[in-house]
Design a protein around this ligand. Structure first.
Ligand code: SAM
Ligand code: CA
Length: 250
């Protein structure tokens, strides 16, 4: 927002001030985030997604869920690219999965993987109520062996329109090696949490929670790997904890 320079404050100074705050964060306050949620996100959130969000809020690991604004963003992207065949790695209770399932056409398909099916079981009744469970092929177990199996069959190459990766950050580079073959040229891979609590932009000796510190190096490595990969175009979106969209170009 432009503001008028006060006496003693040169335009140049003011510009520098804007650059400074701009570098700290795109959003100027928690109130602004709340404004976005209350004005543009919650009023348009499907009833079943609201229900699943409220169920998930009671879960002790609720911090893992996709935020409502990111869910809305995923839905928009999926519709823009006319996605039909997608994959999700890391389901938890299924908020992003439900956002995806609602955005796909009735004959759309999602291969969804998670090592834990108990949390998915919490969300499944709501997904069924939304009438989209038939689009989901849920596999319980680690994702990497499933990807290896898919890569073995050339029929799967270039067959996915969209992949959302939101699981073990120490495996993202391994996922990328496989997913680049499985997503079609022009298709998208979204790697979630690529700003990793903001820890990617602070020095290593900054105090941070243990799990943030543990995965930080893997996220830093992923971000470099994606930026260096000539097979994709990338865009780092500061929604949620940061999602990097990768569009396969070769
Ligand atoms: N997308 C989910 C949502 O919208 O609520 C959040 C996913 S949560 C951040 C990460 C999930 O990845 C957890 O449910 C965890 O069980 C799963 N996970 C961890 N390691 C995995 C692996 N090797 N393969 C598949 N899923 C894994
Ligand atoms: Ca996430």
């Amino acid at each position: 927002m432009a503001s008028v320079a006060t006496a003693g404050e040169t335009e140049e100074n003011q510009e520098r001030q804007h650059q400074k705050s701009g570098h700290k964060s795109l959003l100027q306050s928690d109130a602004l985030y709340q404004y976005i949620l209350e004005t543009s996100v919650y009023p348009r959130e499907p009833e079943t997604m609201k229900e699943l969000r409220e169920i998930t809020a009671k879960h002790p690991w609720n911090i893992m869920t996709t935020s409502a604004d990111e869910g809305q963003f995923l839905g928009m992207i999926l519709k823009l690219i006319n996605a039909k065949k997608t994959m999700e790695i890391g389901v938890f209770t299924g908020y992003s999965l439900l956002a995806t399932a609602l955005a796909l056409p009735d004959d759309g398909k999602i291969l969804a993987m998670d090592i834990n099916c108990e949390n998915y079981d919490l969300g499944l009744p709501v997904i069924k109520k939304a009438g989209v469970a038939h689009k989901i092929d849920f596999r319980e177990g680690p994702a990497l062996p499933v990807l290896d199996q898919l890569v073995e069959d050339p029929k799967n190459h270039g067959s996915f329109d969209f992949v959302f990766v939101d699981a073990d950050k120490d495996n993202y580079v391994n996922y990328h090696k496989r997913l680049i073959d499985l997503v079609k040229i022009g298709g998208l891979i979204g790697y979630d949490n690529t700003l990793w609590n903001g820890s990617v932009a602070v020095s290593a000796d900054t105090p941070m929670r243990k799990y943030v510190r543990y995965y930080r190096d893997f996220v830093l490595e992923l971000n470099k790997t994606l930026a260096d990969d000539p097979r994709i175009e990338i865009c780092q979106i500061p929604v949620g904890d940061g999602i990097t969209l990768c569009r396969r170009i070769k």
